[in-house]
Design a protein around this ligand. Structure first.
Ligand code: SPV
Ligand code: MG
Length: 668
């Protein structure tokens, strides 16, 4: 496509302003002339060839264009009869250069970027018109019929709309018009508008009206116009545009959106907080502060601010951007309420939403896959639990005992109020790992087998893993376990202060269980911390005093001692339905220690919501066995139904088709 700018007119109505240069070189803002603006807009739109017709002050115009140093190649076509002909003849003179799609504009036209963007994204030939502006007395109007521009001129009022000499013309339509221009000029008809030749075609060139409504698109005929349009332009240039990013890897697609958005005004980038990103898609590879710096250094970005939540409300009320830009993908799906809320806030102060078509480009999907792969690597995974704790204050953890349950924990998301909720981490329960193997939870499944389960889960997931280390075994063995877990990328091991034959805590005092002495257990913690190679790995000391009915004092004394021995977190357990004793423990512990994370496994005391635990000072909530307990009755029922009916038909209604199950499984 070539741009054609008509600049051979005398511009005599501008008075002294055109005494030394052509009208197009008149300043329209402190930094721009009409022409420099047009040329920059053309270059920004990716057009490279510009044909400019010239008349008076030809040399000044050529020198000026060259001085702008834009990535454009110019053909200057002089109209030697500029004093006694109209621009129809300038086009005639330039005809040999115009064998292409054409962006045609008068040299005195000022328009905002959005007008050009809309024009260039038209599939057909089109002309900028406005259905909202009043019909001008003396300027161009376009007669519209059958959705087409039928006539253009100053004399039409019926079925007409205000129109500007700004056209995007497909080669075939332009050819029809140009042929008619040539015929007009060769017949000596050189003092009329080029549009007279167009009108002669009676709609044979398929030019559609593009309604730019109140967007700035105006010509400058005299100093009054100049003052008015300069004011409008200032308002356009002062506009702010808001665009929020959740991404941490910036690719060409993002840069294209930033460029597009920056064309609408001063661009404010909202950077979604780590916490919001983690809850809505995945843990960010690059932390928020770094992401903010990345955006600050991109050309076209005016300002970078933090967006705390998926909701736009806070930032829209604070910055009151004139325009919000978003991909049209949020018109459907879970982000719909966020869009609706943004629209209503925008409406409250007169802002508007501009939606760009969402591109699900394959090469960017590939990048996303690579980001996930990176998160799954041991070094990237290990430290993420600590970071989540810092970021969120309370993390939620769900049990996984094989690759499939790992995938469920990894990928299950629920949406509420335009937000998303998912589990932060996985619990590798000794109870469920043993149960899955049909074994009792008595440290019978050996470490090699437990590590195999970790590996199965790690292979298909990215979330941090908390490993149930039972008693930790002999101290001499525990130090090796710590190093192995670290190497695998596990984030935390929880060991319980029991010794001898361990039984599951949910049996409480119904079975014989022995608690280690404070000193014995402190020794194990110290040895584990000493063996640890990375700073990120965490050892959590689990206190069984309430399970074994040794009292609150004992639990608190142990918590204090274990923390002093180096435990990175404390887990307090109870098998009572009533959460009171856990609440009492948290309150008492927090009086002395405000920082050591407190871990809870609310299997029995399950009535309290996560928000309340957080408010009370807990930091990790582990759902330790619910997935396993959901599975057992379901598979038992299927087995019984088949036995009862001597066939499988009756249990089909309860089964998930395998084609749905395999969707859970990632493909390489
Ligand atoms: C496990 O899930 O294996 C646990 C938690 O250790 S509990 O079963 O509650 O003891
Ligand atoms: Mg266990």
């Amino acid at each position: 496509m070539k741009a054609l700018i008509l600049n051979s007119g005398l511009g005599s109505r501008m008075g002294v302003l055109t005494s030394e240069h052509p009208k197009c070189m008149t300043e329209i803002s402190p930094r721009e002339t009409i022409l420099s603006r047009q040329l920059k807009q053309i270059a920004d739109a990716g057009i490279r060839e510009v044909v400019i017709t010239t008349g008076l002050f030809r040399d000044a115009l050529i020198a000026y264009c060259e001085s702008l140093d834009l990535p454009l190649s110019y053909s200057f076509i002089h109209n030697p009869a500029f004093r006694e002909t109209n621009y129809i003849y300038s086009i005639y003179c330039a005809r040999a250069e115009l064998d292409d799609d054409i962006l045609l504009m008068h040299g005195d036209l000022v328009f905002e970027n959005e007008v050009l963007d809309q024009l260039l994204s038209c599939e057909t030939s089109c002309m900028a018109v406005s259905t909202t502006l009043p019909l001008p007395e003396k300027d161009f109007k376009a007669v519209i019929g059958d959705g087409k521009v039928l006539k253009v001129g100053v004399e039409f009022f019926d079925s007409a709309v205000a129109a500007q000499a700004l056209y995007r013309l497909k080669k075939e339509d332009w050819k029809k018009w140009l042929d008619r221009i040539v015929a007009f000029c060769e017949a000596g008809n050189r003092k009329v508008y080029a549009e007279n030749a167009l009108n002669d075609l009676n709609g044979a060139a398929d030019i559609r009206p593009l309604d730019v409504k109140d967007l700035l698109c105006a010509e400058i005929d005299d100093p009054n116009d100049l003052e008015k349009v300069a004011k409008q332009l200032k308002a356009v240039e002062d506009r702010t545009v808001y665009l929020c990013f959740a991404t941490d890897i910036i690719h060409g697609g993002h840069i294209a959106i930033i460029r597009k958005a920056a064309r609408l005004g001063k661009l404010i980038i909202g950077v979604l907080s780590d916490e919001a990103v983690a809850s809505y898609k995945r843990f960010p590879l690059v932390p928020e502060a770094e992401r903010m710096k990345l955006f600050e250094n991109i050309t076209g970005v005016w300002r970078v601010v933090e967006q705390h939540t998926l909701s736009y409300r806070e930032n829209l009320e604070k910055y009151k951007p004139d325009i919000v830009v978003h991909g049209d993908d949020w018109c459907t799906g879970f982000q719909q309420p966020v869009r609706e809320e943004a629209l209503s806030v925008l409406a409250s102060y007169g802002g508007r939403l501009v939606e760009f078509p969402y591109s699900g480009d394959e090469k960017y999907k590939e990048l996303q896959k690579r980001e996930r792969a990176e998160l799954a690597m041991p070094d990237a995974r290990r430290g993420r639990l600590r970071r989540l704790l810092e970021m969120k204050g309370l993390v939620t953890v769900m049990e996984a005992h094989d690759g499939l349950t790992g995938l469920i924990v990894e990928n299950t998301v629920v949406h509420e109020n335009g937000g998303a909720r998912q589990f932060d981490a996985m619990w590798l329960s000794s109870l469920c790992d043993s149960t899955a193997k049909g074994k009792p939870d008595i440290e019978l499944v050996d470490m090699t087998s437990r590590f195999r389960t970790i590996d199965d889960i790690m292979e298909v997931t990215t979330k941090p893993i908390i490993f149930d280390g039972d008693t930790g075994g002999l101290t001499e063995h525990f130090v090796y376990t710590v190093r192995s877990l670290e190497r695998m990328g596990v984030s935390m091991v929880i060991i319980e202060d029991k010794k001898g034959l361990k039984k599951n805590s949910l049996f409480g005092t119904e079975v014989q269980q022995t608690q280690a002495t404070i000193e014995e257990f402190c020794e194990k913690i110290r040895a584990g911390k000493k063996a640890q190679r990375t700073r990120e790995f965490m050892i959590c000391a689990r206190i069984e005093s309430l399970i074994l009915e040794k009292g609150m004092e004992d639990a608190l004394a142990r918590a204090k001692a274990f923390t002093a021995a180096g435990a990175d977190a404390i887990m307090i357990h109870s098998r009572k339905k009533d959460p009171a004793e856990i609440q009492t423990f948290i309150e008492a512990f927090r009086k002395e220690d405000q920082t050591t994370p407190i871990v809870l496994v609310p299997t029995s005391f399950n009535s309290v919501k996560e928000e309340e635990w957080k408010a009370r000072g807990a930091n990790v909530v582990i759902y330790a066995n619910q997935l396993m307990r959901a599975t057992v009755p379901a598979i038992q029922k299927a087995a019984e139904t088949i036995l009862q009916n001597h066939r499988a038909e009756e249990c089909d209604a309860d089964l998930m088709p395998f084609k749905d199950i395999i969707r859970l499984i990632p493909e390489e």
